[in-house]
Design a binder for this molecule. Structure first.
Ligand code: HEM
Length: 347
């Protein structure tokens, strides 16, 4: 058997012969079109890697129960951290794109119509795998109209599978360590509620109703308009039991058994933050590049991107749990039995 060669292993024949600037075909000079193609191809390769990581994480999280005595949770955290690092690189790649000036872009921009990054099905599928539902997308009709049917099918298929957000919800619901809910005034969550209430400023008193809705599953007494802002128009993805488990992990993350779960929740927030940074940097670059003109894909350009950036937070509900933290020194003391269960040494 012939020795493996770098060139063949990486299929460089295919990759390096996949750049065909439209301006070359039309015999017009547009130096920066090569950069434009290569940067998009690079993004798509990284999207592919992100899918590889998210699929692997979903496969582990889909198991009926994670084995706490195995490296499973650590593997999940490790791979999600890798996703975060890739996303950081994707944000920074915009620096390279911005070395192209608006006049350089105009040299070939019209040749692309109606192609647009909006048609990146890998990007939309990634959002779906993480947990963005079709109904929560900005500009639904525009979204389906711009993509090829086979790509819409791929994305819809991912939407119909359990998303990472749904898998996290089930995992949190299964968490055996969080104290259960009870009406007993001496129980953990009733003591917590009292402490939280005591920490609120007058203008925040409505938060107690939100706490009851989110963590105690109590139906709102007031209309959504009067209810706290974060509850309006957002369909809950996290159940009350999952929300309690997540809050408990955040509050007592210093205990050995909660360290990895905390890292996992933190990774999700970091993924949202990096995706959001990418959206804002992309949006500002678009504004700088085309001003207020419509995009090559026909959207309102910057306005469309701004609305999508504001709406497409996937792990918003986990981030919002931070509104319900209390000072460490006021945390309810855990029973000896609970402390033992959360530690490394079990007597
Ligand atoms: C000169 C550089 C760029 C310009 C002017 C630009 C412009 C736009 C515009 C105006 C849109 C909205 C849809 C439309 O009407 O076309 C859009 C969407 C999008 N672009 Fe770009 N883009 C650029 C570079 C990139 C790069 C390098 C990527 C990397 C993959 C990218 C990925 C996307 C994605 C994923 C969307 C959909 C976002 C969403 O729906 O939330 N774009 N772009």
């Amino acid at each position: 058997m012939a020795d493996m060669h770098y060139h063949d292993y990486l299929q460089l024949d295919k990759i390096l012969n996949s750049q065909f600037p439209e301006s070359d075909k039309q015999n017009l000079s547009a130096h920066d079109e090569m950069l434009f193609i290569i940067i998009h191809q690079t993004y798509e390769l990284w999207f592919k890697q992100l899918h590889h990581e998210v699929d692997a994480v979903a496969a582990i999280m889909s198991k009926p129960a994670l084995n706490d005595n195995s490296p499973e949770l650590q593997t999940v955290v490790h791979r999600l951290n890798r996703c975060v690092t890739i996303l950081r690189v994707l944000v920074h790649q915009i620096d390279i794109m911005e070395t192209m000036t608006p006049m350089d872009f105009l040299d070939f921009r019209d040749m692309l119509r109606p192609a647009s990054g909006f048609q990146s099905w890998q990007f939309k599928q990634l959002e779906a795998k993480l947990g963005l539902k079709f109904d929560n997308r900005h500009g639904k009709e525009y979204y389906t109209a711009q993509l090829r049917k086979e790509h819409v099918d791929v994305i819809k298929n991912s939407e119909s599978n359990s998303s990472l957000l749904e898998l996290i919800n089930s995992w949190l619901e299964r968490m055996p360590l969080a104290p259960s809910l009870s009406d007993d005034p001496d129980s953990f969550w009733q003591i917590y509620k009292k402490s939280y209430e005591g920490s609120l400023a007058d203008a925040e008193k409505g938060n107690i109703q939100a706490l009851e809705e989110i963590f105690f599953n109590i139906e709102p007494q007031t209309s959504p308009k009067e209810s706290a802002d974060w509850r309006t128009n957002i369909k809950q993805s996290l159940s009350s039991a999952a929300s309690r488990a997540a809050l408990f992990i955040m509050l007592y993350r210093g205990y050995p058994l909660l360290q990895q779960p905390f890292q996992l929740l933190n990774c999700l927030l970091e993924i949202d933050e990096q995706l959001s940074s990418w959206r804002y940097r992309h949006m500002n670059m678009v504004h700088r590049m085309i001003g207020t003109r419509i995009g090559t894909g026909g959207s309102s350009g910057k306005d469309y991107l701004k609305a999508a950036a504001d709406k497409h937070y996937i792990f918003r509900e986990i981030a919002q749990l931070n509104s319900f933290l209390i000072e460490r020194r006021k945390l309810p003391a855990l029973s000896n039995e609970m402390e033992t269960r959360l530690g490394f040494v079990h007597q």
